[in-house]
Design a protein. Structure first.
Length: 171
């Protein structure tokens, strides 16, 4: 059990720092990070999604039949419609019962991963947030999507998996 915990922590540190410990093979863990920033309680929020670039390239290829090199920053603008369409299908973020529309603002390569930065229009006060995040799960059944939501001074954590695709939090 301790070896498994160490292996998971090692993989998480590698993913967050961008260090690639075995570049010749697929990665051993399928994980994405989602950060929702609504600390200012304004009329917009920022949603950042960090995924392995090669996994996202495979997902976009599967969905749109177009291969995109996400580690090349210039490809972000030219693939905006494919990225927004993919996340519109695989990521639902609803606030107080109303679905938010994600608009891609920019991409940020980070080692072998990519951060997608989205903005959403939203109400200032959130009472209930519904999150469905099944992206990449159509290709990688062991994919987990970890969500951190910052609303004002409150923080919530969620884990979305293939067996539990939707989570609800209240504020």
């Amino acid at each position: 059990m301790q070896i498994q915990i160490v292996a998971i922590l090692f993989a998480l540190v590698s993913f967050s720092t961008g260090w690639d410990f075995n570049p010749d093979s697929d990665h051993a863990i399928y994980l994405s990070l989602i950060e929702v920033d609504h600390k200012n309680l304004g009329s917009t929020a920022v949603i950042k999604v960090k995924v392995f670039a090669n996994d996202m390239e495979d997902a976009i290829m599967n969905a749109s039949k177009r291969r995109i090199d996400f580690l090349n920053p210039s490809n972000c603008d030219s693939s905006r419609s494919e990225v927004e369409a993919y996340f519109a299908t695989h990521f639902d973020y609803s606030i107080n019962g109303k679905k938010a529309v994600l608009t891609l603002t920019h991409c940020e390569p980070n080692g072998d991963a990519i951060w997608f930065h989205f903005k959403i229009n939203c109400p200032a006060q959130w009472t209930k947030v519904d999150v469905k995040a099944d992206f990449l799960m159509e290709l990688f059944p062991t994919q987990s999507n970890i969500v951190t939501i910052y609303h004002g001074e409150e923080k919530r954590f969620l884990k979305i998996t293939n067996t539990h695709l939707k989570e609800v939090v209240t504020f």
